[in-house]
Ligand binder design. Structure first.
Ligand SMILES: NC(=O)c1ccc[n+]([C@@H]2O[C@H](COP(=O)([O-])OP(=O)(O)OC[C@H]3O[C@@H](n4cnc5c(N)ncnc54)[C@H](O)[C@@H]3O)[C@@H](O)[C@H]2O)c1
Length: 439
């Protein structure tokens, strides 16, 4: 059997998961042929690491040469792991050149770009897979199965609250994510995972969205309250480094130093910007009310300045209530800590029937990146072609669009102070694309 060929664009922290999977355990079925990035330092670094670790020489192409790369190599797949605002461009250019696409979440950051991707996919007929690793973590699969077993009957409403802590959560305010033009804000960049889980768990799509959001914590005023009076725009040069709880020492961590500090001079991007900077324009405190096509109602919140990270969710059904709390220690690119394992003590599932006694359901064990989701997802993306998917965990362009439309609608709702009908975001297209999925 011929190996499938891959190229990858965007060579930051996240890309290594895919590169190492293709060069390592999945090299039996897959071949990574080229790497592409806008930053020549990270191009060289990734090439060198592939050589050192896997003894594989890989072609490198600057982002300006993306089309030439595709024409020259004609890969089967393009893997997109560049920053969020660039996804649509690379996805569409890859599809136009006859390639299939695997993209990191979010599919894209606004409705115009989403429309462009859906139209291009429809016209070219090529596949777009979205790397929704959260779906694959054992406990989230467990929740899907519990709901499908009809334990609480028909789900009528959901209470969902996500906490980002001041270690991992704060990182979004240091990096490119801190500006909406790059990431769409946390309601798109981060909550795409959460809204995707909901769409998948209840097998539906958002219909209307009302939201409010503000920046309450990562502000110059808060820095003042914390006594940080002589901040500069980044940690590396900041005189408050020794007293600031948010100080990130890029140079102290060898990986962060090699991947970011030593690559700054190529493009001027630094990954240790001050979290209290005026330039931060994303919200850190958000509330969203969503009505789904199948009648389910959800109340959701996302706060990015919490003492612990994870979520609490409750599904309210016709026969009872299912509550689930998950405490995460996630990938912390900031200090290079080992990826996440679920903190078992802090996680639980409880079932409350309308009649009868409540019972605790043991949480399914997991280990590895993103609660065990990363490895399983890689297996699905790159593993043996005969792999089946009875729970529908593989996410396509429809799932990708469905997951960002809630956040995009929420962003618009915050701006225009009104309820947004999701249909109005990608009118017409939505009908065609989502007809099959309506429930
Ligand atoms: N599924 C997950 O759990 C998960 C986790 C982390 C990141 N991600 C996603 O992965 C993607 C990358 O995130 P990251 O953490 O690696 O960020 P990063 O900042 O470490 O890397 C981004 C890379 O994109 C490159 N880039 C920027 N503009 C570009 C352009 N125009 N053309 C080509 N390359 C460009 C940068 O030079 C950098 O190498 C994002 O879309 C993010 O949402 C997903």
């Amino acid at each position: 059997m011929r190996k499938k060929t891959y190229v990858q664009v965007g060579l930051g922290g996240r890309h290594e998961l895919f590169r190492d999977a293709l060069l390592g355990p999945f090299s039996r079925w897959c071949e990574l042929v080229a790497l592409c990035d806008i930053n020549r330092g990270r191009l060289n670094l990734s090439r060198q690491r592939a050589l050192n670790q896997f003894h594989k020489e890989i072609d490198t192409w600057h982002a300006d040469q993306f089309d030439d790369m595709l024409l020259s190599i004609r890969p089967d797949y393009v893997i997109v792991t560049s920053i969020d605002s660039t996804h649509d461009d690379y996805i569409c250019r890859a599809l136009e050149k006859g390639c299939h696409v695997i993209t990191e979440k979010p599919l894209t950051i606004d409705s115009e770009r989403c429309r462009k991707i859906l139209e291009t996919q429809r016209r070219t007929g090529k596949t777009v897979k979205v790397a929704f690793n959260y779906r694959y973590s054992p406990v989230r699969t467990q929740i899907k199965q519990l709901l499908e077993q009809d334990m609480i009957g028909r789900v009528l409403s959901i209470d969902f609250h996500w906490m980002l802590d001041t270690i991992h959560g704060a990182d979004y305010f240091r990096r490119w994510h801190r500006q909406k033009k790059n990431s769409g804000g946390l309601l798109v960049h981060k909550a795409t995972h959460h809204f995707d889980l909901i769409n998948w768990w209840i097998d539906s799509l958002p219909e209307s969205v009302l939201a409010s959001g503000r920046k309450r914590f990562y502000t110059p005023a808060m820095a003042g309250e914390l006594g940080l009076t002589s901040r500069t725009d980044r940690c590396m040069t900041c005189p408050e480094a020794s007293v600031c709880a948010f100080f990130l020492d890029l140079k102290r961590n060898s990986n962060l130093n090699a991947m970011y500090a030593e690559c700054e001079h190529y493009d001027g991007y630094y990954r240790d910007a001050c979290v209290f900077d005026n330039l931060v324009d994303i919200e850190d405190c958000m509330n969203v009310i969503v009505n789904y096509r199948n009648g389910v109602k959800m109340s959701y919140s996302l706060n990015a300045f919490m003492p612990w990270e994870g979520y609490i969710i409750a599904f309210n059904g016709t026969k009872g209530r299912l509550e689930h709390k998950l405490r995460e220690t996630v990938y912390i690119n900031a200090d290079g800590k080992i990826p996440a394992e679920t903190e078992k003590d802090g996680s639980w599932i409880w079932f409350y029937p309308h009649s009868g006694k409540e019972s605790e359901i043991p949480v399914r064990e997991s280990s590895g990146g993103h609660g065990g989701g990363d490895d399983l997802m890689l297996h699905h993306l790159f593993g043996s072609p005969v792999e089946t998917d009875p729970l529908g965990r593989a996410a396509d362009h429809i799932a990708g669009a469905g997951s960002i439309l809630t956040g995009i609608a929420a962003n618009r709702s915050i701006k225009e102070r009104r309820v947004i009908e999701v249909e109005e975001l990608i009118a017409g297209l939505l009908k065609g694309f989502f007809k099959k999925r309506q429930s």
